[in-house]
Ligand binder design. Sequence first.
Ligand SMILES: [Zn+2]
Length: 80
Amino acid sequence: MTHNERHKCDRKHYRVITRNVSHSAFNGYKERYSKYSTIICLKCGHCWRSKASYVPDTPNYSREEEANYNRGESIDPKET
Ligand SMILES: [Zn+2]
């Protein structure tokens, strides 16, 4: 099963947390290049790894958005 089969939020909610970086216990959690980026959905909080074609078009997760998300302001209560 792929991510897209389970997650239906619009891509406008997607942000890239770490772009093309792999964190692995096998290398002591040092950052190294990966085909995969870590994506978060600001709408539902879902987080996943992806190398899909939409990743280069997805904006980075900014510090302002992170602060808003931590206060719960990015999630619309009407849609939950
Ligand atoms: Zn979502």
